[in-house]
Write a protein that binds this ligand. Structure first.
Ligand SMILES: Cc1cc2nc3c(=O)[nH]c(=O)nc-3n(C[C@H](O)[C@H](O)[C@H](O)COP(=O)(O)OP(=O)(O)OC[C@H]3O[C@@H](n4cnc5c(N)ncnc54)[C@H](O)[C@@H]3O)c2cc1C
Length: 433
């Protein structure tokens, strides 16, 4: 047992400090498996007092901390490969309902699905819909500003946050809020922590506004060989207003899921509204268009949505290199055609069609690096973003130099980091070298 571990046990008690290989393998790494975990210890604070002790300890003992939620991140943000202490928020998972405001207050380690179920028990909806929601944590969702399949109607995690509590690298505890829409009290500094990936502070409590649950839901399936006409009809303003998800996957993904592709693209659209009439009107309007559309019953919808959720998992098990990009909707079709020309068989694409956010998965042992750079070159030509919802972590740091448009943002981030965490205690390998 090292001196640091002895001191940690002294500080927190044995139960909250783990240092076996088994724990390192489980808690030292996220879904991106290319970085070998090598932490010093894993600590499990139970409340903000524990958290404060850990942060002050790190400052005094010159230790680095990596903040860990559900470890479903895809960019190595929660991976500790340089003897950092991993701070797992797993035990900080309480939640409470504020009925007069229809808000849920949760500790950052609460699992997304548990919070969503709790909100549903109170007759409301928390529309954060990720395929990883059975494991991802609320703090992780805020720290990556996770989006997911319902972005088109409900936006990303940050759009539901009313208040956060954050611990800074010097142990100071901040409570930041944006409770009313019109609030010109300087910049909204709560925003600093959305997408901050553990680098600027530890989010330990989050208050969410919740939404009304829609009374009516319908799912439709569209098969198409090109996306432009689907986009034109489905994303027309009168339909779009009732779309809560529109997801597509290509023919390679269809084959992977065991289907015989009848068309290049398989598109599932979820319509939701409080008015049955509105939904029927959308369906009637779509039925008149020249597109191959089928209405799904609830069993068929469940099956198809579960296939959609299986896709990232299936591709991960094939060792796919995952890219998470977004493009202006107008250029999406051309971009996908250009991608196919790079390599028709080795590139799998699926994603959130309504937001132009696509997940390119490259399954190629020999040409992976070459294909990744070619995809990036095409993306630049189309003015896209190299990280739509998965963040930067330790894995995508090359983006700062490869995409010139992000260099000013990088400089400002460095300035913020230096002033908020001068000893570089929090997630030192995320974003920065
Ligand atoms: C199968 C699969 C499907 C996915 N689908 C989507 C999707 O549809 N949309 C999407 O946006 N993402 C998706 N993701 C990515 C991932 O699930 C999200 O980014 C998720 O929000 C991460 O939450 P987490 O608790 O697992 O975070 P972790 O992986 O534990 O951490 C992610 C980052 O946040 C930091 N962090 C974690 N907790 C805190 C905290 N309390 N305070 C400060 N920093 C913290 C970590 O240090 C790290 O940098 C998917 C991942 C998988 C594996």
């Amino acid at each position: 047992m090292t001196e640091i571990i002895k001191k940690l046990i002294n500080l927190l008690g044995e139960e909250k400090v783990k240092f076996s290989q088994e724990y390192f393998e489980k808690y030292g790494i996220d879904w991106y498996k290319e970085i070998e975990p090598d932490p010093t210890a894993i600590v499990f604070p139970k409340n903000e007092n524990d958290l404060k002790k850990i942060v002050l300890f790190a400052e005094k003992e010159n230790q680095k901390l990596v903040i860990s939620g559900g470890r479903t991140g895809l960019c190595g943000g929660a991976t500790a490969a340089n003897k950092e202490i991993v701070v797992s928020l797993e035990k900080m998972n309480d939640m409470k309902w504020i009925s007069e405001k229809n808000q849920v207050v949760c500790q950052a380690g609460a699992i997304t699905d548990n919070v969503k179920s709790f909100v549903a028990e109170n007759g409301r909806l928390l529309p954060i819909s990720l395929a990883s929601s059975s494991s991802s944590s609320i703090g992780g969702n805020v720290a990556t500003n996770a989006a997911g399949s319902k972005f088109i109607m409900y936006g990303s995690t940050k759009d539901h946050v009313s208040k956060i509590k954050v611990m800074l690298a010097d142990g100071e505890m901040l409570s930041l809020k944006k409770e009313i829409k019109k609030d010109a009290t300087g910049p909204n500094l709560m925003e600093l922590f959305f997408g901050s990936e553990g680098v600027l502070g530890i989010i330990y409590e989050v208050t969410f506004n919740t939404c009304e649950q829609p009374k009516y839901l319908e799912n439709i399936l569209i098969r198409a060989n090109e996306l432009d006409s689907v986009k034109k009809h489905v994303l027309s303003p009168e339909i779009k207003i009732n779309i809560s998800s529109v997801e597509y996957w290509d023919e390679n993904c269809q084959k992977l899921l065991g289907d015989d592709p009848e068309s290049t693209y398989f598109i599932i659209v979820e319509l939701s509204s409080n008015s049955e009439e509105e939904i029927n009107l959308c369906l009637e309007t779509l039925a008149e268009k020249n597109i191959n559309i089928s209405l799904l019953n609830s069993k068929q919808s469940d099956e198809i949505w579960s296939k959609r959720e299986d896709l990232p998992v299936g591709l991960a098990s094939m060792g796919a290199y995952k890219m998470d990009i977004s493009l202006p909707l107008e250029t999406l079709e051309n971009f996908l055609k250009e991608i196919k020309q790079l390599s028709a068989d080795e590139i799998f694409s699926f994603g959130h069609l309504g937001d132009g956010n696509i997940h390119i998965n490259i399954v190629s042992k020999n040409k992976q690096d070459e294909l990744v750079s070619e995809v990036y070159s095409l993306l630049k030509a189309h003015n896209g973003s190299p990280s739509a919802e998965h963040g930067i972590g330790q894995r995508k740091k090359e983006i700062w130099s490869k995409f010139e448009d992000y260099q000013d943002k990088y400089k400002l981030l460095q300035t913020l980091k230096k002033s908020m965490d001068p000893k570089n205690i929090l997630s030192p390998k995320v974003f920065f070298e």
